[in-house]
Design a protein around this ligand. Structure first.
Ligand code: NAD
Ligand code: IPM
Ligand code: MN
Length: 345
């Protein structure tokens, strides 16, 4: 059956990397006879421009009815002081689709090892997954801004913590069977709850080791001993920060994909980085984060494991040939990087 994919290119470099992702999808799909149709819709700043809202009603309806959603990036300095911001559309879409589980894998391509800001011995063996809670916490509590004071409410229920921690344990079972739960339980009530829930969930997974780590020292360990991690699970805000930190182990934000899952509806796949306004329109954005998001979609939403593996191998092969975009110290344009990946496919 033909699969329906909604593509949200968004803002900044979004349209450039979405084009790349869809080209790779087409090449991969042709080779395996995967039948799909793509509906491209406005979202983020492009949604505000087209319909006055970062998540236009028609975009939301199409996303709800899709088999999977691809999102490139949203955000633009032009909305920095506006009443409605592109980011609100992203948060609303995650909430509407109940995409509570954001999976951000961190693996260093062999051909990029020398580009890591860390010494080779520190990044040897790095292969972990950040499991970020995506629909709760301080992102979705009240935000109260007064003239001379402000408050953001961090709110988590037992059930919200339980389902994301359970997800992390399930993922760990298919990997090295180690979960690191990250919190700030020496200060925060939400973190005390988080740690208690993690301990309780762990009882159902005697084959998986659970350890707890405070978020500040976890940030340090990610630089000093990144290879010690297998599956990290943490709340929304900590996951946002730690995943950007972990992405640069491979030398750039531009190669890290993510998947966001709900309990039943369509999943969404997106790079972890933003719209990179500083390089938008120059044709030099690294498309690999988007292309690897396409691979995650093929694997997680459509069970096309071999096609997903082949895309990942094609990326590695292109890097190994020395085809690198500017963020990795190379000269390749977005289009040249994409062509190299497609020809390796
Ligand atoms: P950013 O991730 O957009 O950019 C940070 C730096 O990384 C910039 O120097 C940028 O040029 C570089 N970079 C990012 N992706 C790259 C790529 N694929 N290739 C080459 N270089 C790349 O973060 P920012 O500048 O803090 O935020 C810009 C806007 O993006 C803001 O409006 C922010 O809210 C938004 N944002 C959106 C998402 C999303 O759509 N999921 C994620 C993060 C930030
Ligand atoms: C991300 C982004 C978003 C977040 C912003 C754009 C709202 O940084 O996807 O990591 O903070 O979740
Ligand atoms: Mn982020």
């Amino acid at each position: 059956m033909t699969k329906k994919i909604v593509a949200l290119a968004g803002d900044g470099i979004g349209p450039e990397i979405m084009t790349a992702g869809l080209q790779v999808l087409q090449a991969a799909a042709e080779s395996i006879g995967f039948s799909y149709e793509v509906e491209e819709l406005p979202f983020g700043g492009a949604g505000i421009d087209a319909a006055g809202h970062p998540l236009p009603a028609s975009t939301l309806r199409a996303a709800q009815a899709a088999d999977a959603i691809l999102l490139a990036a949203i955000g633009s300095p032009q909305y920095d002081n506006a009443a409605v911001r592109p980011e609100q559309g992203l948060l609303a879409l995650r909430k509407e689709l109940e995409l509570y589980a954001n999976i951000r894998p961190v693996k260093i391509f062999d051909a990029l090892k020398h580009l890591s800001p860390l010494k080779a011995e520190r990044i040897a063996g790095v292969d972990f997954v950040v499991v970020r809670e995506l629909t709760g916490g301080i992102y979705f509590g009240d935000h109260i801004l007064e003239e001379r004071a402000a408050r953001d409410i961090n709110d988590y229920s037992y059930d919200e913590v339980e389902r994301i921690v359970r997800k992390a344990f399930e993922i760990a079972r298919g990997r090295k069977k180690r979960v690191t739960s990250i919190d700030k339980q020496n200060v925060l009530a939400t973190s005390k709850l988080w740690r208690k829930v993690a301990d309780e969930v762990a009882k159902d997974y005697p084959d998986v080791t659970l350890e707890h780590q405070l978020v500040d020292s976890a940030a340090m360990l990610m630089i000093t001993h990144p290879a010690k991690f297998d599956v990290l699970v943490t709340e929304n805000l900590f996951g946002d920060i730690l995943s950007d930190e972990s992405s640069v182990l491979s030398g750039t934000l531009g190669v890290m994909p993510s998947a966001s899952h709900s309990e039943s509806g369509p999943s969404m796949y997106e790079p972890i980085h933003g719209s990179a306004p500083d390089i938008a329109g120059l044709g030099i954005a690294n498309p690999v984060s988007m292309i690897l998001s396409v691979a995650m979609m093929l694997r997680d939403s459509f069970g096309e494991t071999a096609a997903a593996d082949r895309i990942e191998q094609a990326v590695e092969a292109a890097f190994a040939q020395g085809i690198l975009t500017k963020d990795l110290g190379g000269q390749a344009t977005t289009a040249q990087m994409t062509e190299a990946i497609i020809s390796s496919l």
